[in-house]
Design a protein around this ligand. Structure first.
Ligand code: E4P
Length: 222
């Protein structure tokens, strides 16, 4: 039931790290583009520093922004060289030619998070090519009337039957219910935005219960 934070925002990352509920961070080019303009490597290194400064070593996923396989490999190598962080995972979108990238990076010892997955077949190919994580997009699949619960469940079953080490990350999350449904369906990890994760902590009865306890106690100590 691992939770990852899906964000490139330094403040959100700080707030999550001090609370200890996340065991990884995922970014993508769109999440980075929401941050103030900055040098790509400088911003990613700031994220890595935030994690190491807390004495943690959780997986951090950073996506390539090239589209040609050889350029993706070159970029992945450059990210690994210029971001000094051991638990760095390079996000590579799934695809026929991208399998060459995943396989080559895995051969070079570069950890890969294969992303933008919508089917069991894509997940199986990526895992076989050497991906450490296979990222299934829940709500983008729902957007086209797909069945992410089936895809997650089948993928988990296939990986478990094969005793394959790859882990399923479910992303493209828009609600707390998505997080629960993804975990129950078989996700190893669910990655979600800061606001959705924060909302998980709240329930009106929790507040009311604490207030009533305190009211009783304060009346008793008077
Ligand atoms: C995670 O790895 C994905 O990049 C992310 O969850 C996609 O979410 P979105 O569909 O909200 O953009």
């Amino acid at each position: 039931m691992k939770l990852f934070l899906d964000s490139a925002n330094l403040e959100e990352i700080d707030q999550a790290l001090i609370r200890g509920h996340i065991s990884g961070i995922t970014t993508n080019p769109s999440l980075l583009s929401k941050e103030p303009k900055a040098n790509f490597f400088a911003h990613v290194n700031k994220i890595a520093d935030r994690i190491t400064n807390r004495g943690q070593e959780i997986p951090l996923s950073v996506e390539v922004f090239a589209t040609k396989p050889e350029e993706m490999i070159r970029q992945a190598q450059e990210i690994r060289e210029r971001v000094s962080y051991k638990q760095l995972n390079i996000k590579i979108p799934v695809g026929w030619n991208e399998l060459k990238v995943i396989s080559e990076l895995a051969r070079q010892g570069i950890k890969v998070n294969c992303t933008c997955i919508f089917t069991e077949e894509q997940a199986v190919l990526a895992a076989n090519a050497g991906a450490k994580f296979v990222s299934i997009f829940m709500c983008r699949l729902k957007d086209i009337a797909g069945d992410p619960i089936k895809v997650i469940g089948n993928t988990r079953r296939i990986l478990d039957l094969a005793k394959h080490p790859a882990e399923i990350i479910v992303g493209s999350i828009r609600s707390q219910t998505d997080i629960l449904d993804a975990h129950i369906a078989g996700a190893h990890i669910v990655t979600a935005g800061a606001k959705i994760l924060e909302g998980m902590a709240f329930h009106p009865q929790t507040e009311k219960s604490v207030q009533s306890f305190l009211a009783d106690f304060n009346a008793w100590v008077k």
